[in-house]
Design a protein around this ligand. Sequence first.
Ligand SMILES: [Mg+2]
Length: 297
Amino acid sequence: VNELEAIARITRRSASPLLGDDCAILRPRPGEDLLVTTDLLLEGVHFEPGKLSARDCGWRALARGLSDIAAMGGAARWCFVSLALPEWADARWLDGFYDGLLALARAHRVQLAGGDLSRTATFACDIVVLGAVPRGKALRRDGGRSGDLICVSGSLGRAAARGYRDRPEPRLALGKLLRSRLKATACLDLSDGLALDLHRLATASGLAAELDASLPIFPGASLDQALHGGEDYELLFTVAPSCKLPATLAGLPLTAIGFLRPGAPGSLLLCGQPLAPHGWDPFQATKRGRKHTGKPL
Ligand SMILES: [Mg+2]
C-alpha cells in the first residue's frame, strides 16, 4: 500500500469531515477550556506486535489519551494520529488498527481530525487528543487538601493480573461526574500504578498520603499488582471529608482508600508502613527489566 492509498483507506473508514485540508479547523465552544494530551505507543516498549491484535493496538492508542481527558473531568472531542509503519504493518493491519481506534472514537463522539504517515523500522504511533471542560473547572493534581479522602474507581491490579491483554475503558462519564457532582479536589488516571500515581497527586498537592487496608483489589491480583501494576486506567481522586461518597457512580464502584495529611510531599504510608512509589517507568524498564516494574515489555 502506498501513502495515497493508505490515506484514502483511513479517510473512508473514519468518514471525518475534518480530513482533507492542510490543517484541521477546530472551534471550541464559548466558556470552555481546551484540554490537550499526547501519547506514544511504541513497538518493543509498549507492546509486542505478535501479542496484540491490530484492533487492540488501535483501541489502546486512543484509550490512553481519552483516559487523560477523563482524569481532567472533560469531554473528548478530536484526535490526531501519526503513524510510522514498519514492513510487517500491511494494508490489512492498518485497516484493523483504524477499526479498533475508530470504534472507541465513535463510542465517545471523538472525531479523527488529522495525522501523518511514514515508514520506519519499528512501529510508532503518536496520538494527540483534544477535549474540552467548562472554563476554570478542570480537575487537576494539585488541588488536594489536608484531610481529603483518597478514592479510586473500579478495582486495582486488573490489567497486571490479566497480562495487560484487556481493552482499557476510559472513564469519561465518571470523570465528568467527579467534577460536576462530587466536586473532586484533585484527580488523575491510574496509568502507571496506584503507588506511583498517588505519589504524583500527593506531591503536586504538597501533602503526604496515608492508605488503609480497604484497597479494592481485583480478584486474582496480588497486592503488589494492585499497588504497582500499571494500565488499570481507573480514576484516582480526592474529595472533601464532608463529601458523601456514593457506592457507585457512572456504573463504577467507588472506594475510599485513605486520606491526605501534612507531611513530606509525596510520601506514602500503607497501613502505617512506608510505601515506595514504584510503578511503570519506561526509563527504568529498559535498564532493570520487567520484574521491577511489574509490567511486561
Ligand atoms: Mg494520565
